[in-house]
Design a binder for this molecule. Structure first.
Ligand SMILES: C[S@@+](CC[C@H](N)C(=O)[O-])C[C@H]1O[C@@H](n2cnc3c(N)ncnc32)[C@H](O)[C@@H]1O
Length: 288
């Protein structure tokens, strides 16, 4: 973990993290490939068992019993341990958050994009338990993640219309599009007429990108900004960066994001220092 890097007249941001395999596409593709195989084989086993049960004229067991998605990788289980999905859901459905469904007209529900969606579980949670009924898109650069997210949502009636797409947030082409003022023109799922999504989510994706080496994470805040409409929100959850580091990364541009709110997590003391395992910051894009 690091402090703020020395200013050199250009953008001041926290020091980079040591690269790790969690910052590579190969790692995530192989992880979601395993999760998908595991999911499909438990689904098959579950179906076979139910057929046997049926032929024995027994009561049908709960369909989902063997169909849980695998949450055992170091990149996502840490968040679950710290109850991050539930904390983000609680924040997004509270009266602290201006786009919470209860505060919106039913025909003006916010649009949501989930960056690096993984198995899509944050979106399905918001749909099933958060009463978010507006358009939702989850993107990930791993095709296997997108396949897994689509498979997992198949069994959830409320989640059928969630769109999952393969998309690399850091494709160099986006920078060129931003320069030309043409960002989003060739992405069918991008709400161009609104100038972006009402809410963009990131849970662990900036973390993964920050571990990739090559310093490509420096480009991430600028791309994220283009995805959020003016006045909209970016809610980012991290286990690699502290709150102040996240703020430094995302508020560097004076026309960009400001800090709107933060989610509370339990604090712990270690070696005389106070810390927390996870942080979530809600940024708002300036409406200028
Ligand atoms: C730690 S996982 C988090 C997954 C999910 N958000 C969750 O909370 O379970 C990081 C995710 O970011 C994705 N990712 C990393 N770099 C990306 C990029 N450049 N473009 C799109 N997705 C990316 C990975 O494939 C992986 O699904």
């Amino acid at each position: 973990m690091s402090g703020i890097a020395e200013g050199d007249g250009r953008t001041v941001h926290p020091q980079h993290l040591e690269p790790s395999e969690l910052g590579t596409k190969e790692y995530w593709e192989s992880f979601y490939d395993n999760s998908l195989s595991h999911y499909l084989s438990s689904k098959r086993d579950g179906r076979k068992r139910r057929e046997q049960d049926k032929s024995l004229d027994e009561e049908d067991e709960d369909e989902d019993e063997d169909e849980e998605d695998d949450d055992s990788d170091p990149g996502t289980s840490w968040f679950t341990e710290h109850n991050a999905p539930q904390k983000v859901l609680d924040f997004m459905t509270s009266d602290r958050f201006p786009l919470a469904p209860e505060q919106m007209e039913s025909d003006r529900q916010p649009t949501i994009l989930d960056l690096g969606t993984g198995n899509g579980s944050m979106l399905t949670l918001l749909r099933e338990e958060g009463e978010y009924t507006g358009p939702m898109v989850g993107v990930d650069y791993s095709p296997k993640s997108v396949e897994l997210a689509r498979q997992l949502t198949e069994r959830i009636p409320e989640a059928q219309d969630i769109q999952f797409e393969v998309w690399d947030i850091l494709d160099p082409k986006h920078e060129e599009d931003i320069r030309r003022g043409a960002f989003g023109e060739d992405i069918g799922w991008f709400p161009s007429k609104d100038g972006g999504f009402d809410i963009v989510l990131d849970k662990g994706t900036f973390d993964a990108v920050s571990l990739s080496g090559e310093r490509i994470c420096e480009k991430y805040p600028g791309i994220a900004l283009e995805l959020v409409k003016k006045g909209g929100f970016l809610i980012i959850t991290s286990c690699n960066w502290t709150e102040s580091e996240l703020v430094a990364w995302f508020t560097g541009d004076k026309d960009g994001f400001t800090v709107y709110d933060r989610v509370e997590y339990p604090k712990f003391r270690f070696g005389g220092q106070e810390g927390q395992g996870v942080c979530t910051i809600c940024f708002q894009r300036r409406d200028i």
